[in-house]
Design a protein around this ligand. Structure first.
Ligand SMILES: *Cc1c(COP(=O)(O)O)cnc(C)c1O
Length: 433
């Protein structure tokens, strides 16, 4: 298992994160447990902040909160000077409750409800990223009703095919997101927006997909979007002030993933914007990016306890742990690959190949496939790395399993930021017949 951030093997042969021994964390908080390396999350924020800058171009880093969001996370993101992207009333509510500066909140979604848009407009968030024409009408009506003006970006689909899982590609021409840049109607939409009393049109947004490990995809996105901005500027006689390029920066989950060097990528992206704008004699738009996974994925580790093990009639070795697809649905959903280790025996010889599975009533309830481990014993602690993104945020109560607790660890201290659900929580919305 690759070690990230502050992860170490201590003198007892135990996995340590944020100078906390994982066996102590398990004693204190129980399992399953999401452990977040606060130092690594902050370092990742700083990496984006310090490397996505340029003398000539204004930039903004917007954390895509759907990867992992809680009240404490909102506070951290604000402390690190990032903005926040939300995609639902629930995410927006969390940000508001955490006192996140509302002008630094961006709202996404391909089917925002009237209630969500009203909440966003009344709160006075920074930008709404508009997905379609029908949403524009809705926004205009709400703004009229409350006598408010809102700044927006239009989400467009630049028609770029990325090399990632089908479910997280977002800019195929058949994708549900945004308006195609090949749709001639787009120029009418921009023209209409330019004379709208209630809507301040700032520019465009595109997001080509997630877990992208090929830097060329981002450069292609920049080329296509800058060409498109040139075309719109000419046809509509308008200056595009902002370009939001979305997120999608891929991370290491297992040996097959070779992440892009982010420092180089971020610098190259801004260089390419500058040279395209210079070539077209366009003013430099403000450039935003929306990293989610790359801020939190490697900072998260899930700790489980081993129950039984089983060798099937066909010879397959299973390790049963006390969590499952309810706390990590990504293996079932995307065929994701994870790395794992026995956290209390990090230096022990590996003895076999095991599939780590949970306790949900599905054969697809797999957490990590074919992992080399020492032979696991009942009570051993299994650590699964890179579970910081899209694990807690996608967790469910399937099989009525309470969702695990989330803790931040840093410099030998641990802090619970989401308490473990109880059986009482499981039935709290149920009503008797
Ligand atoms: C999901 C999403 C992101 C973040 O993607 P990551 O792969 O987590 O970086 C950013 N922008 C939009 C619009 C998204 O839908």
């Amino acid at each position: 298992m690759k070690l990230f951030g502050t992860m170490k093997i201590n003198e007892l042969g135990h996995l340590e994160i944020g100078k906390c021994d994982s066996t102590d964390l398990v004693k204190k908080y129980g399992t399953p447990l999401y452990v977040m390396d606060e130092t690594l999350i902050r370092d990742n924020c700083k990496l984006f902040k310090t490397n996505f800058t340029s003398k000539n171009i204004q930039t903004e880093i917007i954390y895509a909160s759907k990867a992992f969001l809680t009240l404490a996370m909102c506070t951290l993101i604000n402390e690190e000077g990032l903005s926040l992207d939300v995609v639902s009333g629930g995410e927006l509510y969390t940000a508001i409750k955490a006192n996140f500066p509302t002008h630094k909140i961006y709202m996404h979604g391909n089917n925002k409800t009237k209630e969500e848009l009203t909440m966003a407009i009344k709160t006075g968030i920074g930008r709404i990223i508009v997905d379609n024409k029908c949403e524009l009408d809705l926004i205009e009506n709400i703004c009229k009703a409350y006598n408010k003006k809102i700044s927006i970006l239009l989400r467009v689909n630049p028609g770029i095919e990325t090399n990632t899982h089908e479910y997280i590609k977002t800019t195929k021409n058949s994708s549900k997101f945004g308006i195609s840049i090949f749709d001639k109607d787009i120029f009418n939409i921009v023209n209409k927006l330019n004379s709208n009393k209630y809507i301040d049109f700032k520019g465009f947004h595109s997001h080509i997909g997630s877990q992208i490990l090929n830097e060329e995809s981002f450069y292609e996105e920049i080329n296509v979007m800058m060409n498109f901005i040139k075309e719109v500027s000419e046809k509509c006689g308008t200056t595009i002030q902002e370009l939001n390029l979305g997120g999608g920066f891929g991370v290491y989950y297992s040996k097959k993933d070779r992440p892009i060097n982010l420092k180089n990528l971020l610098k190259n992206m801004l260089d390419k914007i500058k040279s395209k704008a210079d070539e077209f004699k366009l003013p430099y738009p403000k450039i935003m990016i929306e990293p989610g996974r790359s801020i939190v994925a490697n900072a998260g580790t899930t700790l489980y306890q081993v129950g039984c093990t089983k060798k099937t009639h066909s010879g397959k070795h299973y390790v049963f742990v006390d969590g499952g697809m309810n706390d990590n649905p990504r293996t079932a959903l995307y065929n994701a690959q994870y790395e794992a280790a026995i956290a209390n025996r990090m230096n022990d010889e590996k003895e076999g190949i095991y599939t780590i599975t949970g306790r949900c009533c599905e054969s697809g309830d797999i957490i990590a496939k074919d992992i080399s481990l020492p032979h696991p014993n009942i009570g051993d602690i299994i650590a699964v790395s890179t579970t910081g993104a899209y694990n807690y945020s996608m967790a469910s109560n399937y099989n009525r399993l309470p969702r695990p607790s989330v803790i931040f660890v840093k410099n030998g201290n641990s802090k619970c930021i989401v308490r473990r659900e109880t059986y009482e929580d499981i039935i709290k919305n149920d009503l008797p017949l």
